[in-house]
Design a protein around this ligand. Sequence first.
Ligand SMILES: [Zn+2]
Length: 302
Amino acid sequence: MTCPYIGRFAPSPSGPLHFGSLIAALGSYLQARARQGRWLVRIEDIDPPREMPGAADQILAQLEHYGLRWDGEVLWQSQRHEAYRAALDKLMQNGMSYYCTCHRSRIQQIGGYYDGDCRYRQRRPHNAAIRLKVDHPIRQFFDQRRGVIVCEPALAQEDFIIHRRDGLFAYNLAVVVDDHFQGITEVVRGADLIEPTVRQITLFQQAGWQAPHWLHLPLALNADGNKLSKQNHAAALPDGDPRFTLCQALRFLGQAVPEGVEDTTVETLLNTAVAQWDITSIPVNDAQNGLVATTAFSNDSH
Ligand SMILES: [Zn+2]
């Protein structure tokens, strides 16, 4: 019996969705639907200083507007602290993690990767981060589109932070605990997250959990060659007719764009895209493809 497919889209509410985040949302959606699977949405609201009030609701409204309907209830990471705490406690009890008081400046001086200096500290110091003790670094992993990805040894073997000095749960910890909790079978997301993937596979292994499969999508770059992101002020998705933008995203993902889009509904457009979805056509290189100002349809409302 094959395991049913469960995919997810997991934005952080630091701003509204832009074209780059639409690529991740649409790619994960199409892959899940083409596998007759479930597609879940998780709001990664564990870093309040980086969040924008109202962004989470705006993201959910944008997904609905673009016809990307998720299954079940949205999972909010802000409601999951007990689960993260339990995972941290278990790792500490099993000797798989330790407190670290090292400052970033020292780590930068030694080349940017942490050297395990605090590994054998006995007591819990004041104001410390918690790091995973990486005893069995992974050498490579398999990406469904890119094939075998060889990990940089310094990255793979670094004892990385799972609980921050400022008291917040680290991104890698929360993601792994939740992907396990939600039974995610495949993670489809942007190639900027290949480094976190290395760490997350390590954490899955040390927690004794089955890791999902991985599919990394190309990144949309702005005119300067930087990734479209909330940090560099990528424009929010247009809130007018979503069909043109969806077609742009399909093209970006190397997919066939259905004929006669002007005469079809968003739902039909997406159903056709699911039927035609072909991951072997997804480009592996990042590309400039921000939203252009002109639109193909005269009835576009913005
Ligand atoms: Zn340290």
